[in-house]
Write a protein that binds this ligand. Structure first.
Ligand code: SF4
Ligand code: SF4
Length: 356
């Protein structure tokens, strides 16, 4: 495969460096060197020099990264393994070398609108039209339920609607095949559907990330203002529309890398939780956060993903956390599966509903 000059430079810089290995949630879960940014760069540098084929094993290694940006944030010299890993995924797609599990997810997406081929039975009821759209997202529609979030917005008197036939934001396609023409088509279709709204509130940070960052990078115009769910909730509490009362509860936020790193959104979850009780931080938070789960990777590396979530619970246990709180549907699913006895897990909307 052909890499851009930019990617080649980043690959060459990472391939002999060991500095960020401690920060990788996948490497920490498996203990394997192949799951570090450096090892991935080493394999890809050989491909870039045409010293080896872009083999099945090197392609598989390209999919063993959660694109969480931990290494990028930790890199003092500014190199970017996420960028070259996504480019390698695009290259695998263009070269017809995608692993079978990726092909299966892409086929699922074509047929069902989500990569998991799941039909969520928890239907959200019909809503009257509004110029504000509550965007539920592919992961939540397939695997979870945004009923509590909807209930909370109604309590706050927010005028909003939801789409029964909501398009994908393009997050899953971007994760699987990077900047492919197919990904751009999905994003353009979503931007066209959303064009009639003034405001879009993204429940899932993954959708907020692609709408706020990737659409711009790809020259896709998105007419409405995009807000994260946490951003909106913090404002609703601040303005008194959600009159929470602080309880004798201690909350530990799990920062989603999509919010804390990709969107640099760190404060809203803390301002919500401080209004509801005490905040106790765990090791690695804010921009330095550690991923607690990725649902797409859970499709093909289930045990590793569960270990990633278990490791995050260890960080919580080490500070004697009482309630871990997340605003990310994917992390919620993985943290629920692995929750140890003695610590509660709550969605951010659940915390607010409890404190109203
Ligand atoms: S991202 Fe930075 S710290 Fe990590 S391997 Fe590359 S050069 Fe080293
Ligand atoms: S992006 Fe995340 S998962 Fe991928 S190498 Fe970097 S730290 Fe590891």
């Amino acid at each position: 495969m052909q890499f851009t000059q930019k990617s080649r430079e980043h690959i060459e810089s990472c391939r002999f460096c060991w500095m960020c290995h401690h920060i990788c949630p996948i490497g920490n879960a498996t203990g394997l060197e192949r799951h570090t940014a450096r090892a991935r760069a080493l394999g890809l540098s050989l491909v870039a020099r045409e010293a080896v084929e872009f083999s099945e094993d090197i392609v598989a290694n390209v999919y063993e990264c959660a694109l969480c940006g931990g290494c990028v944030a930790d890199c003092t010299t500014g190199w970017d393994p996420v960028m070259f890993t996504k480019e390698a995924r695009l290259g695998a797609a263009l070269d017809g070398k995608l692993p079978p599990y990726v092909l299966k997810m892409l086929a699922n997406f074509q047929e069902t609108g989500n990569v998991y081929r799941l039909k969520n039975e928890n239907k959200i009821p019909d809503f009257a039209d509004s110029d504000t759209l509550f965007f539920i997202g592919e992961d939540t529609r397939a695997m979870g339920c945004a009923k509590m979030a909807v209930q909370l917005l109604q309590k706050a008197g927010v005028d909003f609607t939801v789409l029964q036939d909501e398009p994908s934001s393009g997050y899953s396609m971007s994760f699987l095949i990077g900047a492919a023409a197919e990904t751009k088509t999905v994003m353009e279709k979503c931007a066209a559907t959303l064009a009639k709204y003034k405001k879009v509130i993204c429940y899932d940070p993954a959708d907020a990330k692609v709408m706020k960052r990737e659409y711009k990078e790809w020259g896709i115009t998105l007419a409405p203002e995009v807000l994260t769910f946490t951003e909106l909730l913090a404002d609703l509490i601040q303005s008194g529309k959600l009159p929470v009362r602080a309880q004798d509860l201690v909350f530990t936020p799990q920062d989603s890398p999509l919010l804390a790193r990709d969107l640099e959104e760190i404060e809203p979850i803390r301002s919500i939780l401080s209004a509801c009780g005490e905040v106790r931080e765990m090791f690695l938070h804010g921009k330095e956060t550690m991923l607690a789960g990725n649902l797409i990777m859970h499709q093909y590396m289930p045990h590793v993903m569960e270990k990633v979530a278990e490791n995050r619970w260890l960080n919580a246990k080490n500070i004697d956390a009482k309630i871990m709180v997340t605003a990310c549907p994917a992390e919620y699913v993985l943290l629920s599966k692995t929750r140890p006895a003695g610590i509660e897990l709550m969605k951010i909307e659940e915390v607010i509903l409890k404190c109203l």
